[in-house]
Write a protein that binds this ligand. Structure first.
Ligand code: AMP
Ligand code: MG
Length: 342
């Protein structure tokens, strides 16, 4: 199969790919997604095949407005509309009870479904033109870092899908925040492009699932199926170093080998001579770190590094999402140098 590269002017062609049961790379503000008609079980099955995605890791339904929620969800609590009003279109996925018209393959048999309205004008137009909800996970091969530009998605998906729409680089750079609204207390299942603090402003109490911060114990059942898989991982093993940034830089300097890769804040980019260094933004600029973290993880696979160390932001704001992606890439191999980062 030849994968076609489309642009934001090819709305009709992109919508036709979806309507014909094809697979379409879609730009969003978070990361590129691998989309199919979310009501067409056969088309959705092909997403799992193209990614090599485990059959028990469900997809998110992408809709163009909150008005579509009733089509696919039932018992929708008022909080869902409050959140949609405030944060949609945007990097927030809500877990709600699903209606029976949502194919089992989308939810992997769960009676809940993840729904989001992405903040990208091209993709919103494509969904409206196709007149179907778009089921999509991130557009990487399973286990690889998520793609934040069309070229990275092409790297993973060339020859496997019908087309990719190039909508430019992603403005947020990490996936959506996932909030489960079916529990008695809303529960954060995945930190992402919308900070936890923003959710708490609207919802009050929000529980944080423990899989966000630590690995699951053997045999423990995850709340969100995606939580149990190793993710975002470059080929070389990653060690995340937490703590105040001068201390983490010092720790990493003391542990450098012959072929070490380092993910660091811009201020420390000159501190690791002889290493492959990926700077991801200044220590205080978490939005920039979110935009660049996946590209940094991806870049090491072009090099001969055999170990990677990463400085890690503190948990405030977008730091929770950046730290979570780094720790998942590291399989939660974390060294704490003490004295928390901000
Ligand atoms: P991705 O954005 O590639 O990580 O894929 C979608 C994410 O949404 C995965 O982490 C899924 O586990 C999560 N997800 C989708 N639907 C549900 C659901 N019904 N309940 C919990 N998590 C979900
Ligand atoms: Mg993914």
């Amino acid at each position: 199969m030849k994968t076609q590269l489309l642009t934001g002017h090819d709305i009709a062609a992109a919508a036709a790919v979806l309507r014909d049961g094809g697979l379409l790379g879609i730009p969003t503000e978070t990361v590129y997604g691998l989309g199919a008609d979310g009501l067409n079980a056969q088309a959705v099955r092909r997403i799992f095949e193209a990614k090599g995605r485990p059959q028990d890791n469900p997809l998110i339904l992408h809709i163009p407005e909150a008005g579509w929620l009733e089509r696919y969800c039932r018992n929708i609590p008022p909080e869902a509309y409050m959140l949609a009003e405030r944060f949609w279109p945007g990097p927030l996925t809500m877990i709600l009870q699903r209606k029976v018209n949502v194919p089992n393959i989308v939810t992997c048999g769960l009676d809940t479904v993840g729904v989001r309205c992405p903040n990208h004008p091209v993709t919103l137009e494509i969904i409206r033109a196709a007149r179907v909800p778009v089921a999509a996970p991130s557009g990487n091969l399973s286990g690889r870092p998520s793609p934040t530009c069309a070229a990275h998605m092409l790297e993973d998906m060339e020859g496997r899908i019908e087309a990719i729409v190039d909508g430019g680089p992603c403005g947020v750079g990490v996936e959506s925040t996932i909030i489960d609204l079916t529990a008695s207390v809303p529960r954060l299942l995945r930190p992402g492009g919308l900070p936890l603090e923003a959710l708490r402003e609207v919802l009050g109490e929000v529980a944080v699932d423990k899989a966000v911060l630590a690995p699951l114990a053997a045999g423990e059942k995850p709340r969100a199926p995606g939580m149990k898989y190793r993710h975002y991982a470059p080929k070389a093993p990653v060690t995340v170093v937490t703590g105040e940034s001068r201390r983490t830089a010092r720790y990493i300097r003391r542990h450098l080998g012959e072929h070490t890769g380092v993910i660091c804040f811009d201020e420390f980019a000159g501190d690791f001579p002889g290493c492959v260094v990926e700077a991801i933004g200044s220590a205080g600029d978490k939005a920039e770190q979110a935009r660049r973290v996946f590209d940094a993880l991806r870049a090491f696979d072009e090099t001969d590094v055999d170990a990677i160390y990463a400085q890690c932001p503190g948990d405030g704001g977008l730091g929770l999402a950046v730290a979570n992606r780094l720790k998942k890439a590291a399989g939660f191999q974390v060294v704490d140098t003490g004295e928390a980062a901000t």
